[in-house]
Design a protein around this ligand. Structure first.
Ligand code: B1M
Length: 209
């Protein structure tokens, strides 16, 4: 529908105010949170990704597009919850060291929260040492790591090794994801892969059961 298409455009244009207004309008008009996310926000961000890759958009523009996406995500967040969900377990989340991309991680964390997980989000640029400390402190069932750069994904492996050295690897299920990450890489480093936010929830459910 038109409002959702306009929302996509607002993301591409990095128009934060419009993104806010249009997300709310789409909700008011009866669109589901999932529709708004997939057809509006994600659609826009995918286009931004392509324009960025092709050199038609630059970092500052991508940054405002991200802010616009964030604004929309905050509005639909309460609607992603699956009603009255039982608490399933705790998950520590982070984007790995050297990596500042956090939209995908926030989205996965948001969907997991909606599905009943307690989320401890450590933010971006989180080192293996910080992750080990967080696992010791919070004793989560799951640890979720996101990486968006081919140069930073190796920190996932370093983190798994650090967990192992600290005797923590059999206590926590390690989930990884992000654009450069593959199922093959995950199995090489002893972690579990999922491609997007909904499959991350399914994976989490299977890991804790
Ligand atoms: Co950057 N960036 N970026 N960027 N950026 C990419 C990732 C890139 C692919 C763009 C491109 O060239 N085509 C490219 C990486 C190339 C590579 O390494 N192979 C790139 C680059 C090069 C860079 C810089 C180096 C650019 C520069 O400075 N010259 C720089 C690095 C900064 C750093 O991290 N140190 C940089 C900076 C930035 C911004 C800051 C401007 C901004 C991030 C803002 C923010 O996050 N707050 C940004 C953005 C927005 C992107 C693109 C355009 C979009 C990423 C995004 O948010 N997508 C991206 C291009 C692209 O991916 N097509 C790009 C929307 C989000 C919902 O999807 O993050 O994929 P995604 O998350 C998905 C799945 O991946 C998965 O589920 C999510 C939901 O479906 N998933 C998981 C993610 N984590 C998961 C964890 C799980 C499970 C699933 O389990 C735990």
């Amino acid at each position: 529908n038109n409002t959702i298409m306009q929302l996509s455009e607002a993301i591409i244009d990095g128009n934060i105010m419009e993104a806010k207004i249009l997300t709310q309008k789409a909700l008011d008009m009866g669109a589901t949170a999932k529709q708004i996310l997939d057809e509006g926000l994600m659609n826009g961000m995918n286009e931004v990704g392509e324009l960025f890759r092709d050199g038609e958009l630059f970092v500052p523009e991508v940054l405002v597009a991200s802010k616009a996406m964030d604004t929309g995500m905050e509005i639909i967040k309460p609607f992603l919850k699956e009603g009255d969900v039982e608490k399933k377990g705790k998950c520590v989340f982070a984007t790995v060291k050297g990596d500042l991309h956090d939209i995908g991680k926030k989205l996965v964390a948001m969907m997991m929260e909606g599905a009943g997980y307690e989320i401890v989000d450590l933010g971006v640029d989180v080192s293996p040492e910080q992750l080990v400390d967080a696992v010791k402190e919070h004793e989560p069932e799951l640890l979720g790591m996101s990486a968006m750069l081919t140069t930073t994904m190796a920190y996932m492996n370093d983190t798994v090794k650090a967990l192992e050295e600290n005797g923590l690897l059999d206590k926590v299920g390690v989930m990884i994801g992000g654009a450069p990450v593959s199922p093959k890489y995950a199995s090489e480093i002893n972690a579990k892969y999922s491609a997007d936010a909904s499959s991350a929830v399914e994976l989490a459910n299977s890991l804790i059961s």
